[in-house]
Design a protein around this ligand. Structure first.
Ligand code: GRG
Length: 331
């Protein structure tokens, strides 16, 4: 079996991370709960989990529960649970997208094959359900069952939107709220539930997660054009290769000349990665990258405003910091 190593420092982890000890507890639960009597499951799940990742979603569970004064061990279990769900979606997503690079390594599908990747994703997803049952709270089950269902809907919606250059911005935003923001929202809500937040405060915590998750995906889509594969840990240009009409392209098409619009439309319709340099030049010239970053910033501001009802604390300060770091990130 491959060695488990702690995640590398990234945007979610400032230099001296006050959450370091709590995150180590989460990693210990992850390591413990990965165990399976089937060797290939151990091998593949350890392979993807040991590559690290930013662990943002478990951090949300910990920070919201802490901000509300809850410090019981259940928070580590639930934090690990959301990371398992996230990891299952990554395994499935890389198969669907035929991606070759994730977290700076060859994807599990490229090393072990599609079938093994999907099935180990199923293992992690169902292990997450075993773990959430142990919380023995119907609301926890409800939140995560709903979230995973919405994530799957988002992924199918995205599939339907593939190669469609006429996609409306609203439809694009709907997909990212479903496929990405929903798990951020659920993670924040779980923290609020652990902290026994009243209904309105729970909604505000969930609202933070939803807005942060939306900002996060907008930046993800931006980095697919602006980023650097080494830092990102995945290949830039993947979205164009798949014919995904993301916000940088939708904005560029609104602002460019008719000839340039036709070039982008064709590249989306046919997934023309070879057109990346020309597409990138148009995206840059039209200011579409800045406009996408601005849209992400507005979501991050919205997230920050949702924290008004939380008492001042280190955890609340860390949640504010996360809004800043989610925008200014390179991985
Ligand atoms: C198994 C419930 C289930 C669903 C399958 C394939 C699929 C349906 C959903 C995929 C959803 C998906 C992968 C959305 C993208 C989310 C996203 C921004 C991933 C990258 O997150 P980071 O940057 O990753 O937090 P790290 O590597 O840091 O953990």
């Amino acid at each position: 079996m491959l060695e488990f190593t702690a995640p590398t420092p990234t945007i979610a982890q400032p230099m001296a991370d006050p959450m370091a000890e709590a995150m180590q507890r989460v990693d210990a639960v992850i390591r413990e709960r990965l165990a399976s009597r089937v060797a290939l499951i151990d091998q593949i799940s350890s392979y993807i989990v040991s590559a690290g990742g930013k662990r943002i979603r478990p951090r949300l569970v910990l920070l919201f529960s802490q901000a509300l004064g809850f410090e019981g061990p259940e928070r580590y279990e639930l934090a690990a649970t959301v990371e398992f769900i996230h990891t299952a979606t990554l395994l499935h997503d890389d198969v669907v997208d035929e991606s070759a690079l994730r977290r700076g390594r060859a994807t599990a599908n490229s090393l072990f094959g599609n079938a093994a990747s999907v099935l180990v994703g199923d293992f992690l997803y169902s292990r997450a359900f075993q773990m959430m049952v142990s919380a023995n709270r119907m609301r926890v089950l409800e939140v995560l069952a709903d979230a995973t269902n919405v994530i799957a809907e988002g992924e199918v919606l995205q599939l339907m939107n593939m190669h469609d250059p006429d996609l409306a911005v609203e439809q694009y935003l709907r997909v990212i709220r479903f496929k990405t923001a929903k798990l951020f929202e659920a993670s924040a809500r779980l923290g609020a539930l652990l902290g026994n937040a009243e209904a309105q405060l729970e909604e505000e915590c969930a609202g933070y997660g939803r807005a942060l998750g939306t900002a996060f995906q907008l930046v993800d889509d931006l980095l697919d054009y602006e980023g650097n594969s080494d830092e990102l840990g995945k290949n830039v240009g993947d979205d164009l290769r798949e014919g995904k009409p993301t916000l940088p392209l939708l904005i560029a098409m609104e602002r460019c000349s008719a000839g340039e619009r036709e070039l982008i439309r064709h590249a989306i319709q046919h997934g023309e990665l070879q057109r990346l340099p020309e597409v990138l030049a148009i995206v840059r010239a039209t200011g579409a990258l800045e406009a996408t970053r601005e849209a992400a910033q507005q979501e991050a501001d919205k997230a920050r405003a949702c924290l008004a009802g939380l008492p001042e604390s280190h955890a609340r300060a860390a949640l504010i910091e996360l809004c800043v770091r989610s925008i200014h990130r390179s991985s």
